[in-house]
Every structure is written in structure tokens, then in C-alpha cells.
Write a protein that binds this ligand. Sequence first.
Ligand SMILES: C[S@@+](CC[C@H](N)C(=O)[O-])C[C@H]1O[C@@H](n2cnc3c(N)ncnc32)[C@H](O)[C@@H]1O
Length: 157
Amino acid sequence: MTSIERMYALYQAVRHVHAAETPGDVVECGVWRGGSSMLAALALDSLGDRERCIWLYDTFEGMPPPADVDRALSGEHAADLMERADAAGEHTRAAAALDEVRANLAGTGFPADRLRFVEGKVEDTIPGTAPDAISVPGSTRTGTSRHGTSSSTCGRV
Ligand SMILES: C[S@@+](CC[C@H](N)C(=O)[O-])C[C@H]1O[C@@H](n2cnc3c(N)ncnc32)[C@H](O)[C@@H]1O
């Protein structure tokens, strides 16, 4: 789903916080199949960064029901897009089950004990479950972003 430019920007962000020794975990709010978090996992691994956790927030059921303002540039309402049985509909629904995303991340070889899967709507799960510090935030529109300066704790969920 993500463009090569955005993937490269994420890769560079991970490299930057590692090189600058910026403390904090990697957080993605709205992960779909987990591709961006997989990229972050592979980047951390290639850098030998063995401390940071990756937090993956999602409903793991796809997009919540859209509001009237949720429209494509063409003006088509998201609800209509979501009903379509084609690639546009699948991309708009963006549904991937937790087991599928967990398996995708496992495929990177990233240690499971440094992955935090937080299931539910971010407006319900954050800030109740969040790391003490974030170095690389990535979010869908409803996600939160905050940068911290304390050490990462890889907190438990
Ligand atoms: C556009 S996709 C994310 C794409 C992903 N960031 C990537 O790089 O491929 C949107 C994702 O956000 C999730 N999502 C949307 N609204 C959400 C909410 N309020 N709480 C949790 N997850 C949400 C959906 O389930 C879906 O997986």
C-alpha cells in the first residue's frame, strides 16, 4: 500500500534515530498487513539495534465505519469503496487479521518478545497502552504521535 518514497523515508528515519542514539520505540498506528513495521524490523536488525520494540496498533478487522467526510479525491464515499469487490475495495477496507500480521512480522526474524500488538481502535487503546518513549512514529489519521526523551522500556501490553 505504501509508496517506495514513503518506505525509503521510514527506512531513513530508523537509520537516523539509530545513528543519533535517539531513545524510544517504533510505533505504527494502523498497520494493515504490517509491511511498514516489517521494514522497520528489518532496518533495525540490519543496524544491529537490539533494544527497541515495535508497537503495532490496529483493529485487525480493517477500517472502522467511515464518516461522511471520508471520501476519495474523486468524491466517492468510503462506504461505497469498501463495498466494491476489487482491489480498490480491498485497499479501502484494509482488513488483516492479527494472526496474519503476526506471521508476516515473524517472517522478518525480528524477535517476538520485542513486538507489541495492540488490538482495538487507537482512540480506545491509546494512551492506556503506549511505550514510555517513541523514536519513530507512524500513523493513520486517528493515531497519535509523540516523541519522548526517556529510555525505551519495551513496556508490556
Ligand atoms: C491505510 S491502512 C494502513 C497502511 C499501513 N500503515 C502501511 O504502511 O501499509 C489503515 C489501517 O488502519 C487501521 N485503522 C483505521 N482506523 C483505525 C482506528 N481508529 N484504530 C485502529 N486501527 C485503525 C485499519 O484497520 C488499517 O489496517
